[in-house]
Design a protein around this ligand. Structure first.
Ligand SMILES: [Fe+2]
Ligand SMILES: [Fe+2]
Length: 174
């Protein structure tokens, strides 16, 4: 078991795929169920990002307080995104637990052997998240402008996180 996987975390309020089970394919975005699938998926990504930043300061103990504080700050920011999405799901009466989420992204954090690798991994994940957020914004603008704006704001802030991640890597020891 890797360094991230061996730490027990709570995935509430999400439900998780059983071992060997694949996450169901998202339904068409033009349907309420499909919108729910995207919101649930992105919310779960935010949850994983928040947990990863929180655990990083426990795992990479050799790093300075400067680095750890930046990670903690990012953890809080990702939690804020998670809460925006959960609140929107509640407004739309989307059940968070309706479909299970895959832990494959989470397990790939175990490949990060040191803080530098973790920083690069997270910067790439944030970039993918930012791109997806912008795409959702464009697509949803006509269907659901309120949700679209949330995705746009998240994408905008992920851009700041990427800049922060670059700043963190200057302070990282290994
Ligand atoms: Fe985020
Ligand atoms: Fe982020």
């Amino acid at each position: 078991m890797g360094r991230f996987s061996k730490i027990e975390v709570s995935w509430a309020p999400f439900s998780i795929c059983k071992e060997g089970e694949k996450a169901p394919y998202p339904r068409a975005l033009s349907t309420p169920e499909g919108l729910g699938d995207r919101l649930r998926f992105v919310a779960f990504a935010e949850k994983q990002a928040s947990l990863a930043f929180t655990l990083a300061s426990e795992i990479f103990t050799e790093e300075s307080e400067v680095v750890k504080n930046l990670w903690r700050m990012l953890a809080t920011e990702e939690e804020k995104h998670l809460n925006w999405l959960l609140a929107r799901m509640q407004e739309l009466k989307i059940d968070v637990t309706e479909r299970p989420q895959s832990l494959s992204l989470w397990h790939s954090f175990d490949r990060c052997e040191n803080a530098q690798q973790f920083a690069i991994f997270m910067a790439n994940a944030e970039e993918r998240g930012r791109e997806a957020g912008e795409k959702f914004y464009q697509t949803l603008l006509e269907i659901d402008p309120v949700t679209a704006t949330i995705f746009q704001q998240i994408a905008l802030e992920e851009r700041e996180h990427i800049a922060m991640a670059k700043n963190i890597s200057h302070h990282i020891k290994i």
